[in-house]
Design a protein around this ligand. Structure first.
Ligand SMILES: [Zn+2]
Length: 409
């Protein structure tokens, strides 16, 4: 991608609407557009990051045998009245009438709808088990939207639902999902903590939350400096008997064993191998996909801008052309890298080196390659590794080999 042809317009000044570092950097780097309080559009850079995160999630969900679907965002309110959750979620639900005076809402979550779908098709134990998931916008009427994508009215979630014959099957699926979640968050470059949690309005009796430490978090955990473990309770550390330190955290994932709560009400029944009617046993598994962006930025930035982890960044490499005579060479290097599956953003604008470096840091690609006078005079390229701040000097072939190795190509 040539910068001169892109829709990337970074800001020089800190945006006045930003109430935390991650939000400031996402707005400043032209990742997001604030439509209104709690409502955001993803611009090309933000969309590329969102797709990278979504594809990591898809890879690990598919590896668990989960099948992707896409449910409706518009839901009839009757669906919610059956489980009584129209009352539980009343305050956060966006409700309205259509022209036929039918009561509708924008789905804040999808347990009711998935149960209805499965009830329609499920007849026999022979069809089980299966897991379905979607990546979709959800809507909650937040009393106080803040911190950008961290707490917004419209947000993107991955929600998966497992269906099993019995509790043993659910336990297996639940463990499989916990394993997939650890891989997903690790690949996203997040330092996460897994804790046992309350099930809240979801119901069921077992649930785990995945949290990341962040100063803007609205939940808290308690940390033991000695054994490096987190606890839900501020009781001294049960291993070391030392005082615990309070840490603010943000929830990025939550998984629940729902059991038969929704299937009993929604009539998702099957005949077991003895011909007896049984409610299907469910689990549900959420990830706050859009929230992962600020969660990554909160812990992956410096005073110059975002430092996206490899595989998450909008492009793999920024290439800065810092000399008039170097454009052809830069385009050639970009072509070689693109052919290898390494994406590049080539800054070909007729602007000063200062502006180009500034933008490269705001955009946050992990490697910044400089093609300037040094290349014309001595055939050497400079590569800056944003994470380690290393500055390397290579010939063109060495640089390509280095990047190939970094990206496992
Ligand atoms: Zn301890």
């Amino acid at each position: 991608m040539l910068f001169s042809e892109s829709f990337i317009f970074t800001a020089r000044e800190d945006p006045k609407t930003a109430d935390c570092t991650s939000h400031k950097l996402l707005l400043k780097g032209c990742f997001l557009y604030m439509v209104s309080s709690g409502i955001y559009s993803y611009l090309p850079l933000g969309h590329r990051v969102l797709e990278n995160v979504s594809n990591i999630i898809r890879k690990h969900m598919n590896a668990c045998g989960a099948q992707e679907i896409l449910m409706s965002a518009l839901q009839p309110i009757e669906m919610w009245q059956k489980t009584g959750r129209d009352k539980d979620l009343e305050e956060v639900m966006f409700k309205f009438k259509d022209r036929k005076n039918r009561d509708l809402c924008l789905g804040p979550t999808h347990e009711e709808e998935i149960t209805e779908i499965v009830a329609k098709f499920l007849t026999s134990y022979k069809q089980l088990p299966f897991t379905l998931y979607q990546i979709q916008a959800k809507f909650r009427d937040e009393p106080r939207p803040r911190f950008g994508l961290m707490r917004s009215a419209e947000f993107i979630m991955k929600d998966a639902y497992s269906f099993d014959i019995d509790e043993e099957g659910l336990a297996l699926n639940y463990e499989k999902m916990l394993g997939a979640y650890k891989k997903i968050f690790t690949e996203c470059g997040l330092e996460f903590v897994e804790v046992k949690a309350d099930s809240g309005v979801m119901g069921g009796d077992v649930s785990h939350e995945f949290m990341v430490a962040a100063a803007i978090g609205e939940d808290e955990l308690f940390y033991c400096d000695k054994c490096k473990q987190y606890f839900k309770e501020s009781g001294k550390c049960c291993n070391c008997k030392l005082d615990l330190k309070e840490v603010k955290t943000v929830e990025i994932g939550h998984v629940f064993k729902l059991g038969a709560k929704y299937s009993k009400v929604g009539g998702a029944m099957f005949l077991d191998n003895k011909g007896k009617s049984q409610p299907v046993i469910m689990g549900c598994y959420g990830i706050g996909v859009s929230r992962i962006l600020p969660a990554i930025v909160q812990t992956n930035h410096d005073d110059k801008g975002i430092i996206w982890p490899k595989g998450i960044s909008p492009f793999d490499v920024s290439i800065l052309i810092l000399s008039d005579g170097a454009k052809e060479n830069a385009i050639e290097i970009s072509g070689t890298l693109e052919d290898l599956g390494i994406s590049t953003l080539v800054d070909d604008r007729p602007l000063s080196a200062g502006v180009k470096f500034n933008d490269a840091y705001l955009i946050g690609n992990p490697f910044v390659v400089v093609v300037g006078k040094n290349f014309i005079n001595s055939g050497k390229l400079d590569i800056e590794v944003r994470k380690t701040k290393e500055k390397l000097c290579f010939t063109k072939d060495e640089a390509i080999d280095f990047l190939k190795k970094e990206y496992g190509k």
